[in-house]
Design a protein around this ligand. Structure first.
Ligand code: PPS
Length: 567
């Protein structure tokens, strides 16, 4: 028999078809909520039982105890808070015991939440408890502190329909499906492997050894919901996993994708991963070095001890209900032409390794990647995704007062870029954008924010496709500039250039006569006069066009781009 699910009951929160249809019709009359990517992933695993025994988003008592003791209020082990965050305005609009329709980004209703509790979490305390730090270099902390709503809604869920996935549909299974598949194939002992990276020979050796060690079949179950920013995209990874699958002994390994939004929470996250795998029917779970680790903190030190996850899981061994298979890193010993666990290496061994950074470097430069490191099919897939010498896109985001010289400087930098290379460039100048992309927007705070978000979005698409985006809006508010930065940095560099020409100079120039009009009260809310310009605290560059000619200023910018390898 397969292992029992966590807490004893495998949840299935989807209603039967007829009831789901009725609820779907009813949901149209409810307050609507579009979920973000993390919330959608969480919802999917709540509804299909991946997060059993949870039946919805945590209420206050569960939340508090998860933070304090890694347990639900009833004592069940549960290390990561699964919460639904919203804005204060949305929470205030809800009546007591409200129901809300939870929708995907296309507006399709997936579930109805019956709100039992509305509460204000302390995000700082949550970051400390869950991640052990408030350092924003940690992606889980940054998300919690900067991109999580201030109010949590606790309550139970009724599922209407599964979130739709058009990619790799045949590799996606619910815990029920996978358990059924295991039964049909007579798999009883199953060791699960979690990953967010492409897999190479070292991973194959590690998983094979782990499976052999405990006499189990292997379930490769990569997280494909949301992983660490900068990771290889899951489309590419899944192609790699499929290729790798042919290199396992026949009928020994299976591949299934997990729509998990990782938090990179190290030890707590490892415990969570194990619980989820148990729900999917795995009897064993591999925990390697630095499981779900987010890398280094601001001071260059690792957030978690590389073996802290293994220790935490060992400490909960008895009540966990899934066996942990701790594994050291596998390394290649060239003299033996074989892989072995790091702790079995002796002084005579010639150990070789290629780090993720080194692999990216070789892909970029087109240098060879040795056969001992990975399989030719995997290299081909990675090379197709990362062609040699392809250059990453970037955005130059000029910000400054009206008349500071942003547009002129942007034009001069554009000319330098086009004189010296033939990379694709898109210019998103302030005035130009307002004639097309942002037509109809005014200069209220909301409208300016919307303008900058639009510019950031278009820039991020340009950068995603390897192009250069040159933006030159006033962008007076730090929050909006930061949002544009986040959008772009998902795909490449964001270079903020503060054109710091002082107000007096801009006003004296008064190229368009707008300052005079603003002083005369004919234009209201003019930046620098009666609307604030929040000076960028740490832009990549700061240039003042009252101190040098535009040509000189463009030279400064261009020299900097060269020194950063961008031009
Ligand atoms: S923002 O704040 O970033 O959305 O502004 P932006 O899109 O760059 O548009 C700025 C240009 O609009 C003209 N203009 C004003 N600027 C500031 N405040 C007010 N109230 C305003 N009303 C009109 C002005 O010409 C700006 O152009 P530049 O080239 O910067 O002088």
């Amino acid at each position: 028999a397969l292992v029992p699910p966590h807490g004893g009951v495998l949840r299935d929160l989807y209603l039967p078809t007829a009831e789901a249809e009725a609820l779907k019709r009813f949901s149209a009359s409810l307050p609507q909520r579009t979920l973000n990517q993390r919330q959608l992933c969480d919802l999917e695993l709540l509804l299909n039982g991946g997060f059993s025994p949870l039946q919805g988003f945590l209420g206050r008592a569960d939340y508090d105890r998860v933070l304090a003791d890694m347990r639900l209020a009833d004592g069940t082990l549960w290390p990561i808070p699964i919460t639904l965050d919203v804005s204060e305005a949305f929470a205030a609009s809800l009546s007591a015991k409200a129901q809300i329709s939870l929708n995907d980004t296309q507006g399709t209703p997936l579930a109805v939440l019956t709100v039992e509790e509305v509460y204000f979490p302390d995000h700082i305390a949550e970051a400390r408890a869950v991640f052990g730090t408030t350092d924003r270099t940690h992606p889980g902390v940054a998300e919690l502190l900067d991109r999580t709503g201030p109010v949590y809604l606790g309550g139970t869920l009724q599922g209407i329909q599964q979130p739709s996935h058009y990619d790799f549909a045949s590799l996606r299974h619910s815990p029920r499906h996978l358990r059924e598949w295991f039964r049909q194939h007579g798999w009883h002992r199953i060791v699960a492997f979690q990953t967010r990276n492409p897999m190479h020979r070292a991973h194959r050796e590690l998983t094979l050894r782990a499976a052999e060690q405990v006499g189990a079949k292997l379930l490769i179950q990569p997280s494909v919901g949301r992983t660490k920013p900068g990771d290889v995209d899951h489309y590419t990874r899944v192609r790699c996993y499929r290729a790798l699958l042919n290199h396992y002994p026949k009928d020994h390994a299976a591949l299934s994708l997990l729509p998990l939004a990782m938090r990179m929470g190290g030890p707590r996250e490892a415990l969570w991963h194990a619980i989820i795998r148990k729900n999917y029917g795995a009897s064993h779970f591999i925990v390697g070095r630095d499981h779900a680790g987010p890398g280094n903190d601001t001071n260059g030190r690792p957030f978690y001890d590389p073996y802290a996850a293994q220790q935490l899981l060992a400490a909960h061994r008895d009540e966990l209900g899934i066996e942990i298979v701790p594994f050291p890193a596998m390394v290649y010993a060239a003299n033996r032409d074989t892989y072995l666990p790091q702790n079995e290496v002796d002084a005579k061994d010639e150990v070789r390794d290629i780090s993720g950074t080194e692999l990216r470097r070789r892909l970029h430069s087109g240098e060879s990647i040795p056969e001992w490191f990975t399989f030719p099919e995997v290299v081909n897939i990675l090379r197709e995704r990362h062609p040699a010498n392809a250059r990453e896109g970037f955005a130059l985001f000029f910000t400054g007062l009206s008349g500071s010289g942003k547009s002129t400087l942007a034009q001069a930098v554009l000319a330098r870029l086009l004189e010296t290379g033939s990379r694709p460039v898109t210019v998103l100048d302030g005035d130009e954008v307002r004639r097309h992309l942002s037509k109809g927007l005014g200069f209220s705070r909301e409208d300016r924010d919307a303008n900058i978000t639009r510019i950031g979005y278009v820039a991020s698409e340009v950068v995603r496709h390897g192009g250069i985006a040159i933006c030159a809006p006033i962008a007076p508010y730090a929050g909006a500039r930061d949002e544009a930065r986040q959008l772009v940095q998902a795909h490449g560099r964001f270079v903020e250039i503060h054109v710091s020409t002082p107000l007096e100079v801009c006003e004296a120039r008064d190229r368009k006569g707008l300052y005079a009009a603003a002083r005369a009260g004919k234009i209201k809310g003019f930046t620098g006069i009666d609307d604030p310009y929040e000076t960028p605290a740490s832009p990549e560059l700061r240039v003042d066009t009252s101190q040098r000619t535009v040509t000189d200023a463009a030279d400064v910018v261009f020299a900097w781009l060269k020194s950063e390898g961008l031009a």
